[in-house]
Design a protein around this ligand. Structure first.
Ligand SMILES: Cc1cc2nc3c(=O)[nH]c(=O)nc-3n(C[C@H](O)[C@H](O)[C@H](O)COP(=O)(O)OP(=O)(O)OC[C@H]3O[C@@H](n4cnc5c(N)ncnc54)[C@H](O)[C@@H]3O)c2cc1C
Length: 369
């Protein structure tokens, strides 16, 4: 039987970041992922400078043969409303392709990789786990995304629905005529907010690739909404008239407070498995990376003793970092909210200072040191 110090289930940004940090400190780390890499992940592929900083991403190395689209502006509007273009003097974000980004980070981690292998079974064994009847380890990390199988061991059947976002998207490489027809600019992604403020659509152009998507909280009819959104973009001549019509879907949870249920004896949850995406924007990569870096410090301090009491520092630090759940009552009626938000969305000041700087770019949050 194989053995290791830590086994990480899931090789997305959360899992690969934790593996990278622990490997640097000499731990024997195995990453298990059901997919072989490079693999696609449903995602707009927008990352903030804070994320590249946290990952210490060597941008010159990364951009060799991979897409790293600099973003220095955004075009924002309420669907059907007037658009506001906000420009930045600096690079405000980057567009990446998840197939490339996740593969790069996983390879860089230096961990032992068991790819194409799903987690099938994990059994407790004298203060350790036996994973897939083949690897013995004192610590299992659940980094398997929204449907992470490890989270069942930690969170049981805790309700996932209230804060889940469901989303659909299509990402494709445009041919020469589609590139000419596409009015979306690489350095200026476009965001289109739904009238009820329960979600938004996006168009992100990265090199020759175009990503179009729509994400909403609790939407039973997303496919129809996605179709109408794509038609809306075509009528406005923002996107090519012949975009692929096969949309891929996925879900993820927004952060509603870091519960102590993120750890148990010899097991922890990070990234989407812990439900950490920023509630206002749905950005999930930065909190996934931050959760991995926070978990790494707690694991190293625990020095091999992974009882729940030793790991509880992790949700405490996360709560400090990400804040407590916003439980302020929603007192305004929908009609008033719609009217006010349409007006606000047309304001240049609101679009830059609140919508983009605060809600989307999170410039008020210092980068974890
Ligand atoms: C449509 C959409 C658009 C988004 N756009 C953005 C964006 O532009 N920017 C941003 O910051 N965030 C975005 N997000 C959120 C972001 O994608 C996630 O927050 C992020 O991927 C979380 O990373 P993770 O490592 O926790 O999980 P994931 O990236 O989901 O990785 C989980 C890994 O676990 C593996 N796995 C799953 N089950 C098993 C199993 N049983 N056994 C073994 N391995 C398993 C999977 O194969 C996968 O490789 C978006 C999400 C969606 C759905």
């Amino acid at each position: 039987m194989d053995s290791c110090d830590v086994i990480i289930v899931g090789g997305g940004p959360a899992g690969s970041t934790l593996a990278w940090k622990l490997r640097k400190r000499g731990l024997d780390v195995v990453v298990l992922d059901k997919s072989t890499f490079p693999r696609d992940k449903v995602c707009a592929g927008w990352i903030t400078p804070a994320t590249t900083e946290l990952l210490q991403l060597d941008k010159d190395d990364y951009s060799r043969g991979r897409v790293l689209q600099e973003i220095n502006g955004f075009r924002t509007s309420m669907i059907g409303g007037a658009e506001v273009v906000t420009r930045y003097e600096r690079t405000a974000s980057y567009g990446i392709r998840r197939s490339e980004f996740d593969h790069y980070l996983l390879q860089r981690s230096g961990a032992r990789l068991r790819l194409g292998e799903p987690l099938k079974i994990m059994k407790r064994n004298n203060g350790a786990w036996i994973v897939n009847d083949d690897v013995k380890t004192p610590l299992v990390i659940g980094a398997g995304g929204h449907f992470c199988p490890v989270s069942r061991f930690v969170r049981g059947n805790e309700e996932k629905k209230p804060s889940a976002v469901i989303a659909q998207e299509v990402e494709f490489e445009m041919d020469a005529s589609q590139q000419l027809e596409c009015q979306v600019e690489g350095d200026t992604p476009e965001l289109f907010f739904c009238e009820d403020l329960k979600g938004y659509g996006w168009c992100v152009r990265k090199g020759n690739f175009l990503n179009i998507g729509l994400g909403r909280e609790d939407e039973p009819n997303l496919t129809e909404q996605m179709k109408s959104f794509v038609e809306y973009l075509k009528v406005r001549e923002r996107i090519p008239s012949n975009v692929p019509t096969h949309f891929k879907g996925h879900a993820y949870r927004l952060y509603k407070g870091a519960s102590q249920n993120l750890v148990d004896d010899n097991v922890m949850l990070i990234g989407d498995a812990a439900g950490l995406a920023y509630p206002k924007s749905g950005e999930g990569i930065r909190p996934a990376v931050e959760s991995a870096l926070t978990a790494a410090e707690v694991i190293l301090s625990a020095a091999g003793d992974y009882q729940r009491s030793k790991l509880l520092e992790y949700p405490l630090q996360l709560a400090e970092r990400l804040g407590q759940e916003d439980s302020s009552p929603d007192i305004l009626p929908q009609s008033v909210k719609r009217f006010m938000s349409r007006k606000l969305m047309e304001s240049k000041w609101f679009s830059r200072r609140v919508l983009l700087d605060r809600w989307f770019l999170n410039t008020h949050r210092p980068v974890l040191s």
